[in-house]
Design a protein around this ligand. Sequence first.
Ligand SMILES: Cc1cc2nc3c(=O)[nH]c(=O)nc-3n(C[C@H](O)[C@H](O)[C@H](O)COP(=O)(O)OP(=O)(O)OC[C@H]3O[C@@H](n4cnc5c(N)ncnc54)[C@H](O)[C@@H]3O)c2cc1C
Length: 556
Amino acid sequence: MDRPEIITELKQNPKLDVLIVGAGINGAGTFLDMAVNGLRVLLVDRGDFCSGASATSSHMAHGGIRYLENGEFRLVREAVAERNRMIKNSPHMVKPLPTVIPMFKLFSGFLNAPLKFVNLLDKPSERGAAVIKIGLMFYDSFTGKNRTVPAHRFFGRKETFARYPLLNKGVKYTAEYYDGLMLSPERLNTEIVLDAEKENPQAMALNYAPLVGIEKDCAVLNDLVSGEKIHVKPSIIINAAGPWIDNVNERLGIKTKFIGGTKGSHIILNTPTLKKAIGNREFFFENKDGRIVLLLPFFDKVIIGTSDLPINDPDDAFCTPEEEVYFIELVKRVFPEIPILPEQIVFRFSGVRPLEFQEAKTTGQITRDHSIKEETVNEIKLMNLVGGKWTSYRAFGEQACNRAMEILGKQRIRSTENFAIGGGKNYPPTSMDEDRYLSQLISKNAGDTNIVRMLYERYGTLVTEILSVGPVELLTSNPLISKNEIKYLTNNEKVEYLDDLLLRRSSLGWLGYITASSLIEICDLVGDELGWDKDRKVVEIDRVKKLFEKNHGVKI
Ligand SMILES: Cc1cc2nc3c(=O)[nH]c(=O)nc-3n(C[C@H](O)[C@H](O)[C@H](O)COP(=O)(O)OP(=O)(O)OC[C@H]3O[C@@H](n4cnc5c(N)ncnc54)[C@H](O)[C@@H]3O)c2cc1C
């Protein structure tokens, strides 16, 4: 259903099994599970889908090897299983990621790990090779039979420098293990929402519709597009507002302190030398103070992160100049000969980890696990989805749906364990199948090989829909962007504002592709599809420029 159809439907029949507040990954994952299980469910967000914490992750589908040190075995086991499922069910967006840990010492951290485990050590500290080896053995064992990635390997100095000649000469060992790389978490989140709607006409999703209050048995939403209020009558409200959970509860008239989030920032660099040095591998290491650092391959760019700083208001999370300097300095620890310049930064992003509020000693010690906290508001059951990781979204959604069905007296009919997402449906399983699939597409659409491949890499098997828009045409302002993808995404993926398309339906903004001229050309295309007049186009361009500068430090 499109937006006007959903609003008409809700006016005619406001009763819902469940209202989910917050369309980040936890709201979206719960929405999909409820959709396939036949519930009448509405998902709303105050902004676009995936515009909160889920849009600021480190792009890793991972079990979280370092959480073993905090004794979080349940979480790591679950997240490793979910990482494997993400690689299988979203193969277009989640790729096996070889991850390299450079190590400067053999034994450091031997004492620290057990002390941390029993909560006697409150400062982060550098870990040596022996501790890391033990951690990796545990980590591999959690993969069990459902292996989608190879087991870890250890390399001494000679092999390490043969593989990575530009590494710091002080490195004594490297370990290589596998996790998953999420290429475009924002897009994946939206695909999950759209798939849920396709599965069940009773599953409806509205972006730009914040929950603003509660009146008796009605939750009140504000349709920011029309300015109208919408009243719905849910049996259960799921608060999946991530870092804003306590704010949403305030709107519902209850005071909670579930969240004690920390801020994390990243920068994206256009640095061909560093990209060449890391190849398709992530480098995951510790700074001298034990803080985790990552260098991540991101298309032809490199992501560097991340910080872990206390913050009060999640709306105040921005990447600061001090963080930028810190990130650039970090590269020197591992690749001292590769100069990194501030002007190589093409994008910045920052968000708040919705961690459970705990009186922990350091931010690193706060649990990364998730839980459901229940309350009642005006006799409506309220389930708060607290904590969690991107990677464990499906399991968390399943647990939330199980509990909701128990309250509603309904039975599970289907699992999402093997549900292929968006452009991961009918994905060619091997590289030979992939070549065959692409050559068929190219001959059928008389398309240019490189362009068809580029669209396939961005959208998976949705490329067939994108090509069916018409003969492939590229933007005059940027030959790396096709008019076909802009038109397809605009017409089929609930785009309300121009930034929805640039930042969340596609990665075009993240890759530094948006210049003054491409912005105008894209805005014209989107506007023509959505019926925007000249004034609206001016407003949209201005909105994007302000938003890119404020949130991402990008001047267009
Ligand atoms: C810096 C950083 C790095 C991370 N790295 C990783 C990683 O590499 N791998 C991993 O697995 N996890 C990672 N995480 C964790 C993961 O991203 C989060 O746990 C997850 O995205 C939380 O999702 P969520 O849906 O709970 O919250 P969110 O994504 O924040 O969603 C909550 C939504 O609620 C909406 N909302 C707020 N108020 C209202 C209202 N009144 N009405 C309607 N909607 C409202 C917001 O707009 C928002 O979209 C990272 C997190 C951060 C911040």
